[in-house]
Design a binder for this molecule. Sequence first.
Ligand code: 5GP
Length: 190
Amino acid sequence: MELLKSKILTEGIIKGDDILKVDAFLNHQLDYELLNEMGKSFYETFKDQNITKILTIEASGIAIAIIAAQYFKVPTVFAKKMESKNLDGDTYNTEVFSFTKAKNYTVKVSKKFIHKDDRVLILDDFLAMGRAALGLIDICNQAEASVVGVGIAIEKTFQEGAGLLMEKGIPLKSLARISRFENGKPVFED
Ligand code: 5GP
């Protein structure tokens, strides 16, 4: 998606060897026009799949998911990372290793909100090692819901996430695919 790529080039900041900071439009300040275009693009890809629910993970996936949801006209559920007194005891839980924080954490979804007959589209901001996406897939599996696909804003193709999803046969749509960082700039795959 050209608009996203140009935002990454003009406002993205590379940290270390493998992290792209996108605080200016996706992870802290949010660009609603960009998010809206992203939502339309996910809809174009998955509109014929009878999606019944969008599943994401807090916090950065939520804005992407809810704007996309207005096109699919389905609810968005976000997996919770924090312990919450308001979350009922009956939850699907999974362990996710955080690439950016380098630690494991448990994410939870109430059993009330994902069901056996759901056809779920998983959306998130980044695909790196695939752990967040695999955790959400695990939650869908526990609920016996079908995972129709995974939609990602920014995929780093030099990390293993896409390969792991392919092994599971899950369709992946990434709006910007970064193959490497070179001279302080991301290089796009296509
Ligand atoms: P994965 O689980 O695929 O290893 O990593 C995906 C999650 O880690 C995303 O939800 C995202 O929050 C975070 N993440 C991974 N790589 C990056 C990155 O380069 N930049 C930012 N801002 N977040 C990232």
